[in-house]
Design a protein. Structure first.
Length: 154
């Protein structure tokens, strides 16, 4: 009898765990009135993600300016600053709300800036760096077309 109850509660517990893991990985989202997938975040979470976005924009501008100044050291350093270390603090509550595709696309952008930094370190030429930046920015454009961030009503 007790063994049965223990087994059933273990089953329920595992099921709950499975569901939370599923939602944690998958995240959530609904289609907004402009056709983009709206991801609803708490005010501070949205501010955190948008601050990271502004850092990306400022970094891209610094890289373009440094290329025109032939300052590849600055290009290398700035690209590295936009790498994995710039990913928003991995807060489990925030991660659970972001759709899986959003997280993987975001991470791939950070990963590509790390790669770019290494390539510049290895002597990549200006033209190729420009091409690479333009290519990375296609991902910025694609994600902005697919998603928007809404603020949850308090
Ligand atoms: C994984 C998806 C994703 C990627 C990749 C991404 N963004 Fe964003 N970004 C967003 C979303 C969503 C918003 C909010 C848009 C809205 O709510 O209308 C946003 C907002 C912004 C904003 C506005 C910030 C503010 O203060 O309102 C800037 C600037 C920005 N992104 C720059 C960039 C740049 C530059 C890149 C590429 C280097 C980039 N983003 C890559 C999803 C992304």
């Amino acid at each position: 009898m007790w063994k049965k109850i223990a087994l059933v509660s273990l089953g329920v517990w595992l099921l709950t765990l499975g569901f939370s893991a599923y939602f944690f990985i998958k995240g959530a989202g609904k289609t907004g009135d402009d056709g983009r997938l709206a991801v609803t975040l708490a005010r501070e979470e949205r501010n955190l993600v948008l601050a990271e976005m502004r850092q990306l924009l400022a970094g891209v501008q610094t890289i373009l300016e440094a290329i025109t100044n032939n300052d590849m050291k600055v290009v290398e350093r700035t690209a590295s600053s936009l790498g994995m270390k710039a990913a928003a603090d991995v807060n489990p509550a925030l991660m659970a709300k972001l759709p899986l595709d959003f997280k993987s696309t975001g991470m791939s952008v950070h990963g590509r800036f790390d790669e770019l930094s290494l390539k510049v370190h290895g002597g990549m030429g200006k033209d190729e760096v420009l091409k690479e930046v333009s290519d990375i920015m296609l991902t910025c454009v694609g994600c902005h077309q697919a998603y928007r961030l809404d603020e949850a009503d308090e």
